[in-house]
Design a protein around this ligand. Sequence first.
Ligand code: CUA
Length: 155
Amino acid sequence: MHLHRYEKIWLTFGIGSLFVFLITIGVSAFAYGNQPPSHMAQVDPQNLEASPFGEPGLTQIDDNTYKATLVAMAFGYQPNKIEVPVGSKVIFEVTSKDVVHSFTIPHTNVNMMITPGHVNMAEHTFTEPGSYLVLCNEYCGTGHQYMQMTIEVVE
Ligand code: CUA
């Protein structure tokens, strides 16, 4: 079988990249112990009442750090509004009661998948006052497009 020279170059490049990526992932996972950012925390989705998610809400940790414990469900978040002073760092701990949702704050780095049984975490420092919309970007049912909450960042 005759292969054109360009085809050989592309095949070499393609197969070579595959090995480079596999080795990178392998070294990262097994030598450095890196894992997907889920923090491995688990919770029983049938019995959230017995966990910190039984009373979701905002707690102050220190002067300008807050922890937001939130439950995602079809089709909203509990609570559906939190308020923090400008400059606050908020640590989000989110789980789902039912199906896969997401917790996405547009124009920030906070964009996580929320899976029942797992607790996902992210943190963000709000340096600008305003009303921040939180959206679900995983299709979760007929009310998916209405699923939202707000974070009020006040002076
Ligand atoms: Cu929840 Cu889409």
